[in-house]
Design a protein around this ligand. Structure first.
Ligand SMILES: [Zn+2]
Length: 271
């Protein structure tokens, strides 16, 4: 599970650790994760310098000199771990990028991940990211409301779950965002007032910023296991069926919302 808070932390840590370093060694042990052959990828990456690391939806993007991009999608989750010069490397991985100072990082996908190599010029047409909506933390209240009003018959949950509307949040954090916004997941976007939308917009930022400040879930480039949060501390009401709502004390219930489950406080989030 890697959503906006986890990926924001990884992106910032990777940007700090990798920017300015040159790629010296490349190991790619799972060709089916790639959009090019292993040989092509190794030849294209070796010798390039990392200029920045950014995030687009659930993708991490290494910017390399010569306008090359290495995109990484962790899928259901991954151990994305840094190692220092001369330090012991993680035992298992599908990807290893070694840098000019002897440091580097490895990536072990828990299930299956995606690695894409493309030029900056190809990015706007790249199918897997071209349609992604903006980050919910990067939009103003007015932009957030405008996106919501495009589909008045869609549910409030779809605004943060549909990656073409706003990208980065998935089911794990959606429960807490909707609880913070005091909205039932299946309410229609068209029923929200300007005040409701402003409250919703603020709730997204509050829940995401809280999760990032707590270190999110299983996201640390430096493998500082002590920084990892257990879900019970991280989530406000998500996955806490039967426990009291932190706002009003009503027992949290689990409901079905479309194809996924939802956790709500039936008092704070009346339909
Ligand atoms: Zn409540």
């Amino acid at each position: 599970m890697a959503e906006l808070p986890e990926l924001t932390i990884l992106q910032q840590q990777m940007h700090d650790a990798l920017s300015g370093r040159q790629i010296a060694e490349v190991e790619l042990l799972q060709e089916k994760c790639l959009n090019v052959s292993v040989g092509e990828a190794v030849a294209a990456l070796t010798g390039r310098r990392v200029t920045a690391v950014s995030r687009r939806g659930k993708w991490l993007c290494l910017h390399l000199d010569g306008d090359l991009l290495l995109l990484l999608n962790l899928g259901m989750g991954a151990d994305l771990w840094h190692y220092g010069p001369g330090a012991e490397r993680p035992a298992k991985y599908q990807v290893r990028i070694g840098l000019d100072d002897g440091s580097g990082f490895t990536c072990r996908f828990w299930w299956f991940g995606y690695i894409r190599l493309l030029t900056a010029a190809e990015l706007p047409q790249f199918k897997e990211t071209a349609k992604l909506g903006p980050s919910p933390l990067a939009v103003s209240v007015a932009e957030f409301a405008a996106i919501a009003r495009r589909t008045p018959r869609s549910t409030v949950k779809s605004l943060i779950m549909d990656q073409e509307k706003l990208s980065g949040i998935g089911n794990a954090y959606a429960h807490d965002v909707l609880w913070q916004a005091e909205l039932h997941p299946q309410r229609k976007l068209g029923s929200l007032s300007d005040d409701d939308l402003a409250h919703y917009h603020k709730a997204v930022a509050e829940v995401m910023e809280r999760a990032i400040a707590l270190g999110a879930l299983e996201a640390d480039f430096y493998r500082a296991q002590g920084n990892l949060q257990d879900a019970g501390r991280l989530f406000l009401i998500g996955y806490k069926e039967g426990q009291p709502c932190p706002r009003c004390g009503t027992a949290i219930v689990k409901i079905k919302t479309g194809s996924t489950a939802g956790f709500i406080c039936p008092t704070c989030q009346a339909e």
